[in-house]
Structure formats: structure tokens, C-alpha cells
Design a binder for this molecule. Structure first.
Ligand code: ZN
Length: 139
């Protein structure tokens, strides 16, 4: 997964460049409220869950993830699990880009992630694009 590696590399590079407000540990209630706000403002249908749990394994680490699906002929859902040490606003925004329908880490995901970082993280779009290109992210 070249895109995945590039996005994770971008995040490692940028963690130090992100404002502290985005990288700090945040209470789950705050992250859940932010997620619910984005979900409502994007007029998404179905259920959104944001939970603290163990996460999934990736390169020997436990990381956050988002699973989306549909309950048998019923409502759609997105289930975000935030791993320990990853309960910060920027990780939530990453997972929200998946929840909003961008499943891989390709260009459509990256554009959505940028939108969220600009709109809800107060980041500058041009700066983000520069950092992503420097990190080898495909736009
Ligand atoms: Zn991801």
C-alpha cells in the first residue's frame, strides 16, 4: 500500500509541524463531539460511532481504524476506533475522511483529509499541500 505508507510518512513528518491543538491528547467526549459535528454538517446518513479501544495491528503497533458498512439491507454505519496514544484531533480527522467514504489512502482520501484539516483544524491549505508533496503523498 504505497499510498498508505506515504500518508503515514506525511503524518510522521508533519506531526511536529501541526499545531499543538491538533496533536494533543484530547478527551474522547471532545473527539466524539467533533466527529458528530462533521457528520451532521456533511449531511451523512446512518450511524457514526467513535470509540476508544485497542486498535488494529500495523507494523507491530496498534493503530486507529475506521470500518464502514451497512447493516443487512438497513442503515449504513461508520465505526471509528481510536487506539491508545492516538486520541488526538488530527487522528480523528484522518479517520473521519475514511468515515465520509474514502476507504483507501489515495487522492480522494487525501483531498477530503485536507478539507477537514483546513475546516476543523485551522490549517493552511497551501502549507498542507506542500508538506504532503514533500512526504511523497499522491494528490
Ligand atoms: Zn487511514
Amino acid at each position: 500500500m504505497l499510498d498508505t505508507r506515504a500518508v503515514y510518512r506525511f503524518e510522521r513528518i508533519c506531526e511536529s509541524a501541526f499545531p499543538k491543538a491538533l496533536t494533543r491528547d484530547a478527551p474522547m467526549a471532545e473527539l466524539q463531539a467533533l466527529a458528530a459535528r462533521i457528520w451532521a454538517e456533511r449531511k451523512m446518513e446512518g450511524e457514526l460511532y467513535v470509540r476508544a479501544n485497542t486498535g488494529t495491528s500495523h507494523d507491530g503497533k496498534k493503530i486507529s481504524y475506521c470500518e464502514t458498512g451497512r447493516v443487512k439491507e438497513g442503515y449504513a454505519y461508520a465505526d471509528i476506533v481510536l487506539a491508545r496514544h492516538e486520541r488526538s484531533p488530527y487522528v480523528l480527522l484522518h479517520e473521519m475522511a475514511h468515515a465520509l467514504g474514502h476507504h483507501q489512502h489515495g487522492p480522494s482520501f487525501v483531498h477530503c483529509y485536507i478539507e477537514l484539516l483546513v475546516e476543523y483544524g485551522g490549517m493552511d491549505r497551501a502549507t498542507l499541500v506542500d508538506m504532503m508533496l514533500a512526504g511523497g503523498v499522491r494528490l
